[in-house]
Structures are given as C-alpha cells and as structure tokens.
Design a protein around this ligand. Structure first.
Ligand code: KIV
Ligand code: ZN
Length: 516
C-alpha cells in the first residue's frame, strides 16, 4: 500500500495504549473477546499488548496472535533487545505479525528520561529496528514525542529507521500538544525530506490532552499519513487516544472533504464501544460522539419536530450506520430461545452454545422479576456473563438487614475456588456492611476509590449498574455489574474488582480468612 492510496489502515491500540491507562485493566478472557470483535469489525492491525511488561501481557498477545484470522497482530517493544525478542516470540504464531518498537526523539526526553545523546539514539534505532526486522517482515518504528522533536533530528531518525528495515513509521503526538496544522505539516516535511519515505507507510498516533486527537489524526492524513492509531471509546493514557469510532465515522460521513476509506464495518461500532466499556468498566460519557447514550437522541421540541418531518433535518448519520438499534421492548418471560438468540445477534453478540444457554437462563430469571426487559438489560446480562466467566471468587448468597433500626448487617456466602465461606458483618449502612463482610472473607489492603450506581433503564424495577474501583499500590482496577437488586449488584461489583485485582497480582489472599 502506498501513501497515495486512499485506503487508511486502522491500527487499534485499545488493548495496549487503552489498557495501560489506570483502572482500565482487562482480564485475559476480556482481551480475547475484544480482539475477536476488532477482527470481525475489519480493523487492520490489533496492537494486542506489551509482551515484556508481564507474563499475562505476553500470553494475551500470543493467544490473540494465534486466534486472529484477518488482522495483523502487533506487540509493542521498547528499543531494548530483550523487549524486541519477547515481542517477536509473542507474535510468532500470527498469520500476520508485527513488531512495533519505539524510542524517544525529543530533546526533553533524551536529556531527562533517557540521558542519551542524539547520536547514541541514532545507533539504538539502527540496531533495534534491524533486530526486529530479522524476526519479522513487518516492523513499525515510532519516534516517541515526535511533535516536540526538531524536524532536522526527526528526519535523521526516520531515515535511520527506514534504512534499518522499518516498514511503517509512526510519528506520535505523545503528549497531545500539537495543533492540526502543525501535525499535518510535520508529515509533509518528513515525507518530502527523507529518502525512502515513499517506500513506507506513515502513521498518526494522537493523544487527546487538548481534545485535538481526532482532528490531528485527520490532519495527519492530509499530510500523507495512511495509518491511524486509535482506540475504542478513545480510552488511553491521561485524556486518552484518538477515538476509533470518531475517525471511522468522520471518514464515512465526510467523504466529500476526506476522500479516504477504511475497512471497518461501522455497524459494529456500538457493540465494540459497549464491550470495551463493560470489560474496562469505564463508562462512556453520555454526550460522547458516535457511541454516547445521547449521540442520537433529540430532546428539544424544535429538533423533535424536524426529525418527525425528515430525519436529515438534525441527523448527519443514521443510528443504524453505527449499529444502534432502537431501544425496544424485548420479548417477555414467555419468549423462546430462538427469539432470544435472534435478539442477541441483532445486538452484535455471537455466543457459543453453552454461553447462550447460560445467558438465556439469566434472561428468564430477570424476566420473572422485571416487568419489561429492554435491549440494555440483555446487554447487561451478557456483558456480566462475559466478564465473570473465569472469576475465582463468586457471590453465592447475600442477606441484608437495612432500615432505620441499625446497625445494618450483611450475611454473605462467597465461593472461592470451590470453597464456600459464610460471614456476617455490620456497617455504617448496608453497602458498608456488605463490603466489610467481603473484606473479612478476602482480606486485602486495596482502597475503595469509587463506588457508583446507575440505573440501566427507567423505572423503579430497573437493574442497578454498580461500578467499584479499587486501588492497591500502583494497581487500579474497576469492575461494573448489573442486577435488579442494588445491594447484590454492589456485592458482585466489589467481588468482580477483587477478581481483577487478583488476576493482576497473580495471587489470592483468602486462605487466612477461610481457615479462620
Ligand atoms: O504515545 C506514544 O508515543 C506511544 C508510543 C509507544 C507509540 O504510545
Ligand atoms: Zn500513546
């Protein structure tokens, strides 16, 4: 693919730059789910992780590499021989594997972070890109903090990477500092000045610190870039990365002024957004472009009037084009399995037989307790199920005494690796009593950093969606669980967060309490 082609390569880094932001940790299984959907959606490259970071990261990249059918699978590596070898090993079994290696080029990073001279960094680029190219055909090299690097040194570094065998050159706006004009111009200058620039694909990678990540990415295209690095829901370090759904829909909707194409199936964007939100437990802001709850809703009378007369009065894209089905009443408790399966398909889920049966049973249980079951309820059921499929700690039963006659107390039974433990605890309110009970069964030092409750749909019988964030040292995890009973949802969300934490630290400190 050459830079003059109109095809834009979509490089998704939800599982790497997205996952590395505090609290957005995904489990191994969640990463596989997200990667499978990205592949189905037609993303060209999935950056599946940073293999040297941990064994968990390595295993996830290796498994995604094995399973992915169409997309190229990339593993990230610093400009360090051990990193590059590990990334090469992780993508070895991919149908198409890529090593993505990076080094800082800006004076501020060289002086304060790397403590290296420009000449030393040039030598590092030469050696590490050549090492990567000996392992795989497809090598991406990134100039970290490119937008705060002098153009002369940036050209020298890019030329070195191309000569050493890089096939894609990424010029990130690592700190989200650039403006669109500057960013597009940087690509123009580098492509004009560097020999061999016409033989590689240039890539954008924009952070959103000034809210310019998508605008900068599009400006990069005007400057000749033909790969965009982005994430679902725009998750990522600090203010996040350029949002994939915004890039795809901007190119699709404004083809008149942005004459580029992607291979992404836009009707899966809503599904991808919800899956990533469920896996990371990061809520999507209501007014988020393309995938926010309000992105296609029209409240004011004048807008509603226009919409009733003609939908193009206030809609520049249809909800269907991003896979948004109208919130609708789902079948009631008499609905059959086939209708339920159809509904799941319409919502973008493809479950295996066992998972389908499990989801159907949960749907029936909910329909028994709740008068109207909506699409959002079904999504909450399936997302809970996917997130908890491999949990080691499960809530078996919970009884809470609450009300004006304190103290409030909770009797809780947890299943930990098949061992059942029951405890009773009191607290300052029912939620405090539940969390105290959990802490007695699973002692830990983690701090509760967030406890939040939302209603999934309208009505007093709506499912409550509870988010819990725990912080332990430098580890932060967030979990989100829905249940018609707010207190049960609270217990399950806290336990889900502990499961994520235990997966992160690779151990579980429950033994003391179980034998107590
Ligand atoms: O923001 C950045 O510079 C990065 C690099 C590792 C590509 O994420
Ligand atoms: Zn980044």
């Amino acid at each position: 693919m050459t830079a003059s082609s109109d095809r834009v390569v979509i490089f998704d880094t939800t599982l790497r730059d997205g996952e590395q932001c505090p609290g957005a940790t995904m489990t191994f299984e969640e990463k596989l789910e997200v990667a499978a959907l990205l592949d189905r959606m037609g993303v060209d490259i999935i950056e599946a992780g940073f293999p040297i970071a941990s064994n968990g990261d390595f295993e996830a990249v290796a498994e995604i590499a094995r399973r992915t059918e169409n997309a190229t699978v990339a593993g990230l590596a610093r400009a360090i021989p051990g990193d590059i070898a590990r990334a090469g090993e992780a993508v070895r079994h991919a149908r198409r594997g890529r090593i993505h290696t990076f080094v800082s080029t800006s004076p501020i990073h060289l002086a304060h972070q790397m403590r290296k001279t420009e000449d030393q960094v040039i030598e590092i680029i030469q050696a590490t890109v050549a090492q990567a190219r000996n392992l795989v055909e497809d090598v991406e090299w990134s100039a970290m903090d490119a937008t705060r690097t002098s153009i002369d040194y940036l050209c020298r570094a890019v030329e070195t990477a191309i000569k050493a065998g890089a096939t894609t050159i990424n010029l990130p706006d690592t700190v989200g500092y650039a403006t669109p004009e500057e960013y597009g111009d940087m690509f123009r200058q580098v492509r004009e000045r560097v020999p061999g620039a016409d033989k590689v694909i240039f890539s954008t990678h924009c952070h959103n610190d000034l809210g310019l990540a998508v605008a900068n990415s599009l400006a990069g295209l005007a400057g000749g870039a033909r790969q965009i690095e982005c994430t679902i829901n725009g998750i990522g370090e600090r203010a996040g990365n350029a949002a994939l759904e915004e890039i795809v829909m901007a190119l699709r909707t404004r083809g008149d002024v942005l004459p580029y194409e992607t291979g992404v199936e836009s009707t899966l964007l809503t599904r991808a957004s919800r899956l990533v939100s469920a896996a990371t437990s990061f809520p999507v802001q209501y007014n988020k472009a393309i995938v926010g709850k309000n992105a296609f809703s029209h409240e004011s009378g004048i807008h509603q009037d226009g919409m009733l007369k003609h939908n193009e009065t206030y809609e520049i894209m249809t909800p269907a084009s991003v896979g948004l089905t109208k919130t609708s009443l789902v079948m009631g408790k008499h609905s059959g399995r086939a209708a339920f399966k159809d509904k799941l398909k319409a919502l973008g889920y493809e479950l295996g037989e066992n998972a389908l049966q499990d989801a159907f049973q949960r749907f029936k249980d909910l329909a028994d307790r709740k008068k109207h079951v909506y699409d959002e309820d079904i999504e909450a059921i399936v997302d809970n199920q996917i997130a908890s499929a491999h949990d080691r700690i499960k809530v078996l039963s919970l009884t809470v005494i609450a009300g004006t006659m304190g103290p409030q107390s909770a009797t809780l039974t947890l299943d930990i690796d098949g061992v059942h433990t029951t405890v009773q605890s009191s607290g300052n309110g029912p939620v405090d009593a539940i969390f105290n009970a959990i802490r007695r069964v699973v002692p830990h030092e983690a701090r509760l950093a967030l406890y939040q409750v939302h209603a999934v749909t309208e009505g007093t019988d709506a499912q409550a969606e509870v988010s819990v964030r725990l912080e332990e040292g430098d580890k932060t995890v967030t979990a989100k669980v829905a249940d018609p009973d707010t207190l049960v949802a609270s217990a399950k969300a806290y336990v889900a967060a502990l499961n994520k934490l235990s997966a992160k630290r690779g151990q579980l400190n429950a033994q003391a309490a179980i034998s107590a």
